[in-house]
Design a binder for this molecule. Structure first.
Ligand SMILES: Cc1cc2nc3c(=O)[nH]c(=O)nc-3n(C[C@H](O)[C@H](O)[C@H](O)COP(=O)(O)OP(=O)(O)OC[C@H]3O[C@@H](n4cnc5c(N)ncnc54)[C@H](O)[C@@H]3O)c2cc1C
Length: 443
């Protein structure tokens, strides 16, 4: 426990690791800033033709946190920053995916949130903690999802981030000598001195045996999937062995459905999705010392407890199985036959399930995110990638002097927790330092 606390509070301050490619983005000079004075007050939305200091592409956990850090800690003037995301509101994907699982609490501790100070979420809960016992749970003070979302809304509100939100998709980025031009799906073009790619992972992991576009088959993270649309009582199978599959099964069982949970492996129990040592120097020092990017990729793969559940979720599952409320099948899917109103699942253990609904809780693709936008950028700006296809970036998470990355795109630098909220916070520290270094070089 003490180690975890130390890890969580640790700042990442060790020397930079050697690059594997010839190209060394960390050697690239920082260009001079044209900073405007710091201002926390609401800014007018700039006309799209205005040049920006920062353009954050993606308005998820990472994009929101990085924008908050740049405005709140690096003194970036709000009117010099925009966030591009096609959703109507920031954090839309986070809200949709977490709601689909029925999770009540986050898996991560209370110091991992989108705000600034590590204990801001606990502070936000304030006196409510005395009256509402479930706001945090367990020794790691995992926050309640509603509380986490309410705090995120308050961060967005306080910093006026929704005013900085352009509701469009970035389609193409073109690097120019003094910045990056970004073409949007609404036919506008923005120009920023720096961009941040905070794209998240859009591609769902869809098993090859599962039919696409069948009305009885859904992925729980698919846009448009509405878990409340199931008319109770339905016979539902959920395929997947990780936390989201188990949480969705518990939720549907609680709503009166007959639930089958199909997992290729037995329940794997881990408190977090990687060892807490990856949050600080204990394990990250070895990662940083490793200069071979393929070895780093292997370390990341080995470190992730994919398809695992924390002990409390496992205990709830155990109870539901023992009470016969959830039928557990440790098997793989051999075939599925879906008609207009029934789906038949044939399992490797010889069982055959006739279902009203088949739900995939098989997670997101682990491939490099960004699709054509990133593919084209690599090509046109000649950006360095490791053999696994992921960006080779410097300590400031620069893939190019004008392009920073976060989330999965930063994982060869930030390690196994890069995609999580902790990774967003770590990326925030790096970006703030970079922005401050730039400001200092101006003085
Ligand atoms: C159910 C669930 C529970 C989780 N629980 C936890 C937890 O407890 N603790 C933890 O640390 N982590 C958790 N995670 C993991 C992780 O923190 C989240 O996946 C997090 O939301 C990732 O944030 P992100 O900003 O990288 O990606 P996203 O939330 O996917 O946001 C990326 C955004 O970028 C937008 N975008 C993509 N391409 C473009 C483009 N070309 N132009 C404009 N916008 C674009 C997308 O539309 C999206 O809105 C959880 C994940 C899930 C799914």
């Amino acid at each position: 426990m003490q180690n975890l606390e130390q890890d969580l509070e640790c700042l990442d301050a060790s020397p930079s690791s050697p690059r594997q490619t010839d190209r060394k983005p960390e050697d690239a000079p920082l260009e001079h800033s044209t900073k405007t004075p710091s201002s926390r007050k609401r800014a007018q939305k700039p006309s799209q033709s205005d040049s920006l200091d920062w353009l954050v592409i993606g308005g998820g956990i990472h994009g929101v946190h990085l924008s908050a850090r740049l405005i709140g800690e690096a003194d970036v003037s709000p009117e010099r920053l925009l966030i591009v995301d096609p959703a109507d509101h920031l954090l839309a994907r986070w809200r949709r995916c977490t709601a689909a699982t029925g999770m009540t609490h986050l898996r991560s501790p209370s110091v991992h949130h989108v705000g600034l100070a590590p204990f801001a979420l606990e502070g936000f809960a304030g006196k409510r903690r005395q009256h509402e016992p479930g706001l945090f749970t367990g020794p790691y003070k995992r926050p309640n999802l509603e509380l986490f979302n309410a705090h995120s809304d308050s961060v967005i509100e306080d910093l006026g981030l929704e005013d900085r939100h352009v509701k469009a998709r970035a389609l193409r980025c073109t690097v120019q000598p003094d910045g990056v031009a970004v073409s949007l799906s609404n036919d506008q073009e923005l120009f920023a001195r720096r961009i941040v790619l905070a794209l998240g992972s859009e591609d769902l992991h869809w098993p090859s045996w599962a039919p696409h576009d069948h009305p009885l088959v859904d992925h729980i993270f698919e846009p448009g999937f509405d878990p409340t649309s199931l008319t109770s009582p339905s016979k539902v199978a959920i395929v997947g062995g990780g936390i989201s599959a188990v949480q969705a099964a518990l939720r549907l069982q609680g709503e009166g459905h007959s639930v089958h949970l199909v997992s290729r492996h037995s329940v794997r129990t881990h408190q977090f999705d990687s060892a807490p040592g990856w949050l600080g120097p204990k394990l990250m020092n070895g990662f940083r010392r490793e200069s071979c990017l393929e070895a780093r990729r292997t370390m990341i793969r080995d470190a992730r407890y994919r398809g695992s559940v924390p002990p409390t979720v496992r205990a709830h599952l155990r109870t539901a199985i023992d009470q016969g409320a959830i039928a557990w099948h440790e098997a793989s899917v051999e075939t599925v036959h879906a008609t207009r109103d029934k789906a038949t699942l044939v399992l490797s253990d010889g069982n055959s399930l006739e279902l009203d609904r088949l739900l995939l809780a098989t997670g997101m693709s682990q491939e490099r995110p960004g699709g054509a936008l990133v593919d084209e950028l690599i090509e046109t700006a000649n950006l360095p990638v490791a053999r696994c296809g992921f960006p080779v970036v410097d300590r400031a998470l620069r893939w190019h002097p004008r392009i920073h990355v976060s989330g999965a795109l930063a994982e060869l630098e930030l390690g196994p927790t890069s995609r999580n909220i902790a990774g967003a916070r770590r990326a925030g520290e790096r970006l703030v330092r970079c922005a401050w270094a730039e400001a200092a070089s101006d003085r």
